[in-house]
Ligand binder design. Structure first.
Ligand SMILES: [Zn+2]
Length: 180
């Protein structure tokens, strides 16, 4: 079991670090991540995340033409607090959101305060794709199948297009240019 957790943590680390590079919808990835963490991870505590949304009227300055911005007064339009569960899986630590608060600052015991979004060290594309495919094979075969058939269909149409192109080319090639 320890080895399985270690491998899963290792594999999950790559797609988790580059959610913008995923070949599947981010929503599908986060469902997969939650599923794996709930089943194999160990919750070791909570972190508190603070996300500030800058006001679009004054662009975060707090004033418009030397008068206080009527929309926000401080430059920040909204502060969102997120209770993040910290889950250990193998050698890695992951976060997933438990609750979101925007009306008040929540009080709960937390380990660290994270200001803004979590910055990950970006992974290489093929690391992201390979580890995601392996995870999907074990946890969401249906989605993997869909992806593969989508890629194959793309390949099929690409071949069709190429053969059509060569036929058109043939038609416009003069006899003198043919190699016989
Ligand atoms: Zn403003």
């Amino acid at each position: 079991m320890k080895l399985i957790k270690y491998i899963l943590g290792f594999l999950l680390k790559f797609p988790n670090s580059s959610p913008d590079k995923l070949p599947i919808a981010q929503r599908d990835f986060y469902i997969l991540k939650q599923k794996i963490l709930k089943k194999f991870g160990t919750r070791i505590g909570y972190d508190k995340q603070k996300i500030e949304t800058i006001c679009v009227v004054c662009n975060g300055l707090g004033e418009v033409g030397y008068i206080t911005c009527p929309n926000c007064t401080s430059g920040i339009w909204k502060v969102t607090w997120i209770k993040l569960a910290v889950v250990k899986l193998g050698n890695e630590e992951f976060h997933y959101p438990r609750n979101k608060f925007s009306k008040f600052r929540p009080t709960f015991k937390y380990r660290a305060l994270i200001d803004g979004h979590i910055e990950h060290v970006k992974s290489k594309n093929w690391h992201v794709n390979c580890s995601l495919y392996v995870l999907l094979a074990f946890f969401n075969g249906k989605l993997l199948k869909k992806m593969i058939s989508f890629h194959l269909r793309g390949f099929y149409y690409y071949n069709k297009f190429q053969s059509l192109l060569s036929r058109v080319k043939c038609r416009f090639t003069k006899d003198s240019e043919l190699p016989f």
